[in-house]
Design a protein around this ligand. Structure first.
Ligand SMILES: *[C@@H]1O[C@H](CO)[C@@H](O)[C@H](O)[C@H]1NC(C)=O
Ligand SMILES: *[C@@H]1O[C@H](CO)[C@@H](O)[C@H](O)[C@H]1NC(C)=O
Length: 365
């Protein structure tokens, strides 16, 4: 059974009173997805300067683009790098996993702070049973290769899930994973627990709204003040917990809600939550790591117009809408070593439980 729209919505219900207008937007602690499916983006060296002028200290990259990793050497920016689903089968082979790390990661360590490898992305969203069964063995052999190279303390191993892995998410204490996935998820959770690596979920309430704009309250999905919900079983009030997330500023005629105004509200409110360092109601002191999708509009992404309009910035560095993020995109590239001056070290906890229901399952399992 998949996740119904109602459940998605309930998941995003939360008691959230914005603390007035006094919240100062500082982007310190904000993570960003650096997507590059475009032919008009500024060079990684320029982007490196821009992100640091924004105090963005965490970046998720979908691959291991050496130009990007080099451009961020000797900076305090932490990277999650991606190993695409197409590599999973090969990665189950320990020799291939080791040589992937030696070729793609090691040349950048330790001068670029690569803290995590995302092995596969939204694997359980595919219908590929082979991919399902390759996921954990691939993660295990990548991890063992890291151990073999003495890198496992620096770099951790995880994967990212879509919300489809949940059968029920409301109330959070009744959260369940899809039964047909239990055979994969249970050992995966054991592995996360064993190596102490974070569990990542990608969540896009925009899709729930787009699919049923007449049923779904926009305030609700845009983090505007609303009534919220209390879990009747735990009496904990639940807030919104998401990892990779974003809202498009533009879409086709049939893509309800994809406007600059909505994107500004969604990402602006999201940023405030990140900056306030909120944890889950069950673990309020553990901030949730959130990576906003995406840094730039990406003009070569296939699909509906919204897909090409998730960016916070245009390729020229101008903000698409104003959420208080004013970065400096220099005209020319500055070499990484000469531009690594005044960045304070921002150590964020590796553990971040990103969906209340998932968090509950993990704690109580
Ligand atoms: C970045 O951080 C510095 C030092 O912490 C601070 O002075 C500056 O205002 C911040 N800039 C932004 C855009 O958040
Ligand atoms: C997997 O390994 C085979 C044999 O070494 C190689 O030819 C192929 O390109 C690899 N696949 C990927 C996606 O790297």
């Amino acid at each position: 059974m998949g996740l119904s729209i109602t459940n998605v919505l309930k998941l995003f219900l939360f008691l959230f009173t914005l603390s007035g207008s006094a919240v100062q937007i500082l982007s310190d602690g904000v993570g960003i997805n650096y997507g590059q499916i475009a032919n008009n983006l500024p060079s990684p060296a320029r982007v490196s300067v821009m992100l640091r002028s924004l105090n963005i200290s965490r970046v998720k990259l979908y691959d291991t683009d050496p130009n990007v990793l080099y451009a961020f050497s000797n900076t305090d920016v932490d990277f999650i790098v991606g190993l695409g689903n197409e590599y999973l089968e090969n990665m189950t082979d320990p020799i291939k996993a080791q040589s992937w790390i030696q070729q793609r990661l090691q040349p950048h360590l330790p001068q670029t702070r690569i803290t995590s490898i995302l092995v596969g992305n939204e694997v359980f969203k595919s219908n590929d049973a082979k991919l399902y069964s390759n996921l954990l063995p691939a993660m295990q052999s990548v991890y063992r290769a890291l151990v073999g190279l003495g890198l496992e303390k620096q770099v951790t191993v995880t994967t990212a899930h879509s919300l489809d892995i949940l059968a029920n998410s409301y109330p959070p204490s009744a959260g369940t994973f899809r039964e047909d996935l239990a055979v994969y998820i249970q050992p995966l959770l054991d592995f996360h627990a064993q190596i102490k690596s974070p569990f990542l979920v990608n969540a896009y309430p925009y899709f729930a709204y787009k699919d049923s704009p007449n049923e779904v309250s926009l305030d609700y999905v845009l983090f505007q003040p609303n009534q919220g919900t209390t879990d009747p079983n735990t009496n904990l009030k639940y807030d919104n917990m998401i990892s990779e997330t974003g809202w498009p500023s533009k879409g086709d005629a049939d893509e309800a809600g994809a406007t600059p105004e909505n994107a500004e509200l969604y990402n602006g409110n999201l940023l405030k939550k990140i900056v306030q360092r909120q944890g889950t109601p069950g673990k309020p002191s553990v901030p949730v790591d959130i990576y906003v999708f995406a840094l730039f509009n990406e003009n070569l992404k296939p699909g509906p117009a919204s897909e090409r309009n998730y960016g916070l910035f245009y390729p020229n560095g101008n903000p698409v809408y104003n959420i208080g993020l004013q970065g400096h995109l220099p005209e020319i590239a500055i070499s990484p070593s000469s531009s690594s001056s005044s960045f304070k070290i921002n150590i964020l906890p590796l553990f971040s439980l990103l969906i209340c229901a998932v968090a509950y399952l993990l704690i109580c399992a």
